[in-house]
Structures are given as C-alpha cells and as structure tokens.
Design a protein around this ligand. Structure first.
Ligand SMILES: Cc1cc2nc3c(=O)[nH]c(=O)nc-3n(C[C@H](O)[C@H](O)[C@H](O)COP(=O)(O)O)c2cc1C
Length: 405
C-alpha cells in the first residue's frame, strides 16, 4: 500500500456517519463542487422533504430477541448482492476526486453490490466497465436519439448487465447554488475564469493539485465521439437545453425495449400511473426517485410515493428507491415499504471527496454496520423478511399497501 493510500484509509476510518462524511467532504472540496453535490433544485423543498420523510417513519421493533448475524443479502433483477444498497449514477464525480466513477464502482464491488455508471461520468463507460464487479449503465438521451443509440450500443458491448433510463430530466433542474457559484457543467478552469474561481480554489490546495494532475477533466467522455450539428458534443449540451429532452421519452423507451438485450430499469418514477406505464413498456424494474431533490422541486418524498407504487406494480416488476438515504435505518424503512433495494448518491460522493475509493468503501461499510445494529435492535433476522408490519402504522405515509384499493 502506498503512503497516499494508507493516509486515505486512515482518514476514511475516522468517518463515523453520513453527517461526518458530509463535513469531511466540505473540508476537502471547493465551494462550487461541494454545493454541486449537496444542493437541490429551486427552493430545495423536495431535498428537505426527502430527509423529513425518513425521519418521520418509526419502527415497530420486536424486543427480547437475539439475532446473531442479520442477513443483508438479497437479489436484484436476479443478481445476488450482499448489501441492498446500490451506488447511484452521479455525473461529475471526477471533479470530486480523480478516482471518480472508478472509485465508486470499486467501492460498490468491494461491498458486494452493484454500481450504476452515469452517462455523465468522468470516465468512459468502457473504462468504468473494466472495474471488476456487477454494473448497470444509466442512460440519458442528451437531446438526440442518435446520441442515445450510440450509448446503448456501447453499453451493451461493454457488458453492463442492465440499462437504467432516467426519465426525470426533460431539462436540467435549476440549482441556484450552482448558478451563484458560477458552477455549471460547462465551466472549465481556464485562464479566463481562473481569477473568478481563485477565491474558491486556493483555500483547497490538495483538491486543486489532484485536479491539475488529473488533467482538468471537465467534458463528458461518454459523448466525446458523438457529434451534434457536426461538432463534438460536450456537457454544455445538457445545460444549454437543445432540440429535445435529456431523458428518454415513452417513444424512446419502446426503442430501448426493442434494442437492449437485458433488463431495463426506469429511474425517476413518482406515481403509480407512470410506474404502470413503465412496466407496460417492458421495464423489469422501476426506481422511485426524485433525483435527490435536484430536478422537479415540489416532487413528493420518495418514501411517501413508494407504498402506492409498490402496490400498483405488484409482482410485475421490482421496485427500487432512492433520494435522501443517509443511514442504515433509512434503508430498512424503504425496504419495509416494499423497495427491493435502494440507491445512494450523495453518501458515496461525500466518501469519495473525503478519501477517494477508500472513502466510498468506508461509507458503504458504515451503512452496513448501521443496518446490522438496527436489525439486531429491531429483532429482524433478514432484510428479505421486512414488510410494513416492521413500521409503526401511525407513522407510515399514504394508504398502506394492504389497504389500498
Ligand atoms: C452530484 C450528483 C450527480 C447526479 N448525476 C446523475 C446522473 O448523471 N444521472 C442520474 O440518473 N442521476 C444523477 N443523480 C441522481 C442520483 O442518481 C440519485 O437519484 C440521487 O443522488 C439520490 O439521492 P441522494 O443523493 O439523496 O442519495 C445525481 C445526483 C448527484 C448528487
């Protein structure tokens, strides 16, 4: 182990929980990158709602039981995983740390779970696929069907086991913190804006050194070979808008179902109606997600939306959930309400910021430890035993699955 790796491991080992990882990330990152990760859309109403929804649900524990080793393993789309937590697709992670998406994929693999590689990753989908371990590929449309088709063909060739179409990004959400910080996907650290960015970057020399040594990566490598109007497409296409939606539409989903050989997952579902439409379009799973409060502000918390979607979908497809998960207890609440597994976005990003790959491993290990302890305190033997009866009915959102008509 090199000196740098050893130092990162020691730094990672000191992280105690999500709040601690977030503070460590805040110390490591320039303001613009920190707020890009932490921030939400518009008034951040949905961002706050996500956290509140998890806080408000209480357990119905079964006391006086002794569980030696709670079983955290489950299956997602037929693949066995040791931890019911996937690492969510997140663009821009190479700005957080040069390990970026490779670090996220490595951390997930070491935790025995699946990484979902983002279309807007800092490494090509081919490079990320080389990391040992199961991976899914998240798809944006990038305003052009040809771009989407290019990505799908490459993801298939690279060996991703499932395709995740994100449908909540017709346009990019407006995140005031990014706007104020001068941070957007199109921002490059160049001579012109170096002066403007200096107050943010100079107080973070370690981050700046890593970023310079990494070659100031700011493009979307996945779209480097793709041309839009005869020129290479870069991340600016996303923020600028353009001819069409960044998300696949229902028509695109038809094309994807016909052309993707393997499980199709639709991410960004918030209503039973859309969940059923996705299943009718051939989705094998849906992810109940509001993009971590980064897209449509005013969306419901996903924990609130989850029970009705689980009830509507039944056993026609698997239901996963993300947005706002910070603790092992949050994972167990989502699973009790019918999620097969959850995804975490900011949590691994904070670990990555704090200590690179070792930090990603550490935050997933923290989640595992929290889940084990919580299950022992609840008297729950296995995550596959969880159902709404493990929750205090008075605190559970919406009509409970059994009562729904
Ligand atoms: C910095 C950042 C970048 C993201 N980029 C993407 C992306 O490229 N594609 C996508 O489908 N979702 C993206 N998301 C949303 C995540 O996949 C996930 O839905 C969300 O982070 C879950 O909420 P959490 O951060 O509270 O765990 C991003 C989230 C963050 C925080």
């Amino acid at each position: 182990m090199t000196f740098v790796e050893d130092a990162r491991r020691r730094r990672a080992a000191r992280l105690l929980d999500a709040a601690d990882a977030q503070r460590a990330a805040a110390r490591a990152l320039p303001r613009g990158i920190r707020e890009y990760v932490d921030g939400g859309a518009e008034g951040e109403v949905t961002l706050r709602r996500n956290a509140k929804a998890f806080e408000e649900v209480a357990f119905a524990p079964r006391m006086a039981t002794w569980i030696d080793e709670p079983d955290l393993s489950t299956k997602v789309l037929g693949s066995p995983i040791d931890l019911p937590v996937l690492t969510a697709p997140c663009g821009g992670m190479r700005l957080v740390h040069p390990d970026g998406d490779l670090g996220l994929a490595t951390g997930a693999a070491r935790a025995g779970t699946i990484h979902v590689a983002s279309s807007a990753a800092g490494y090509t989908l081919e490079d990320i696929a080389k990391v040992e371990g199961p991976q899914w590929f998240q798809l944006y449309r990038f305003s052009a069907q040809s771009t989407m088709e290019n990505l799908v063909g490459r993801a298939q060739a690279a060996g991703y086991s499932a395709l995740v179409a994100t449908v909540d990004t017709a346009v990019s959400g407006f995140r005031p913190r990014d706007y104020k910080n001068g941070f957007s996907y199109s921002m490059r650290v160049n001579a012109r804006n170096a002066v403007k960015l200096a107050p943010q970057l100079l107080p973070k020399p370690a981050w700046l050194t890593r970023y310079l040594l990494d070659g100031l990566p700011f493009e979307i490598p996945n779209t480097a070979q793709v041309t839009v109007d005869g020129r290479p497409m870069v991340l600016t296409e996303m923020t600028k808008g353009g001819a069409g939606s960044h998300s696949p539409t229902w028509t695109d989903l038809g094309w994807l179902r016909a052309n993707w050989q393997g499980p199709l997952v639709v991410k960004g579902i918030l209503t039973p109606e859309d969940a059923l439409r996705a299943v009718d379009a051939g989705a094998d799973a849906v992810i109940v997600s509001n993009h971590g409060g980064r897209q449509l502000d005013g969306s419901p918390a996903t924990l609130t939306a989850l029970p009705r979607i689980v009830d509507a979908v039944g056993d026609r497809a698997e239901v996963l959930c993300d947005s706002g998960i910070r603790r092992g207890s949050d994972v167990l609440k989502a699973l009790s309400l019918g999620a097969r597994a959850v995804l975490v976005g900011r949590l691994p990003a904070w670990g990555l910021a704090a200590a690179g790959t070792a930090g990603v491993e550490r935050v997933l290990e923290i989640l595992r430890t929290e889940m084990v302890r919580t299950m022992r305190l609840m008297g729950c033997r296995a995550v596959t035993d969880l159902d709404p009866a493990w929750l205090d009915a008075a605190t559970v959102p919406g009509p409970k699955p059994k009562e729904a008509s």
